[in-house]
Ligand binder design. Structure first.
Ligand SMILES: O=C(O)c1cc(C(=O)O)c2c(n1)C(=O)C(=O)c1cc(C(=O)O)[nH]c1-2
Length: 244
């Protein structure tokens, strides 16, 4: 293996992965943000994305259990509260259900995850398994797609508000706290990864973890595109867009 990358070069290599592979570049997101989807197609996106959101605290809980110090556990515990709430203020998963409510989807149907695409389930399960089975360093590195999420969230919120009559600030309320939560998550995780990747091999493992995560986000949108845009062939048992 070649030499250790400097922190600057390592961060640059991580950012280059996002520039090439982050799901902001996926055609489905262009359609979503530019107002080119029907309400039913937006429902399909929100329904499938619920599965991702609901599993994020599960993957964070499994990582939390493996963290060796109180400082690290406190930091990761914050993510659990962000997603699960504290029993008083709603967390991200609950706020995502406010979005699916606003889009007219039945809450029990969404939470049952019955109608999600098989590829969504496989991708999300792969993420949970990756975080459970790989090193703590790779698990933390796999969260670094959040480095790129504030830009996509800003574009999504402004694009969807401008282009769809069926969404409002209220239904998109999920995203606002993410604009402060994600940078805080990233500040910690990026610092951790730069500090703890002490060999070139470990740096390469972090880069591979981030590529893997970008790929699983991309694969979810491929599946949505195939099922609901072109050729529009939802698999058996998956959500069907209601006739308008
Ligand atoms: O809206 C998005 O495009 C987007 C992307 C990502 C991401 O890059 O994984 C996350 C989120 N949102 C998000 O809301 C979120 O809570 C989140 C947690 C994580 C993670 O890997 O721990 N990613 C993301």
């Amino acid at each position: 293996m070649t030499d250790l990358l400097t922190h600057t070069a390592f961060e640059g290599a991580l950012r280059a992965i996002g520039a090439e592979r982050y799901h902001v570049h996926h055609p489905f997101h262009h359609l979503l943000h530019d107002g080119k989807l029907s309400k039913g197609q937006v429902q399909a996106w929100a329904l499938n994305r619920y599965c991702y959101q609901a599993h994020i605290p599960m993957k964070d809980a499994s990582l939390l259990a493996r963290l060796p110090t109180p400082e690290l556990r406190r930091e990761w515990r914050r993510r659990l509260v962000d997603h699960d709430g504290d029993g008083v203020a709603p967390g991200g998963v609950e706020r995502w259900l406010a979005l699916t409510d606003g889009l007219g989807l039945d809450r029990d149907y969404v939470a049952s995850m019955e109608g999600i695409l098989p590829a969504t389930r496989f991708a999300v399960e792969a993420y949970v398994r990756f975080v459970r089975e790989r090193s703590v360093l790779e698990a933390v590195a796999s969260s670094l797609t959040e480095m790129f999420s504030t830009d996509i969230i800003r574009t999504r919120v402004s694009g969807m508000l401008a282009n769809y009559s069926f969404v409002s600030e209220e239904t998109l309320a999920y995203f606002k706290p993410r604009l402060t939560q994600a940078p805080a998550d990233v500040a910690f995780a990026l610092d951790y990864v730069k500090r703890e990747a002490r060999t070139r091999e470990q740096q390469e493992q972090c880069l591979a973890a981030l590529r893997f995560k970008c790929d699983l986000l991309w694969a979810q949108l491929d599946a949505l595109h195939f099922a609901y845009v072109e050729p529009a062939l939802p698999p058996p048992g998956a959500f069907r867009i209601p006739p308008s």
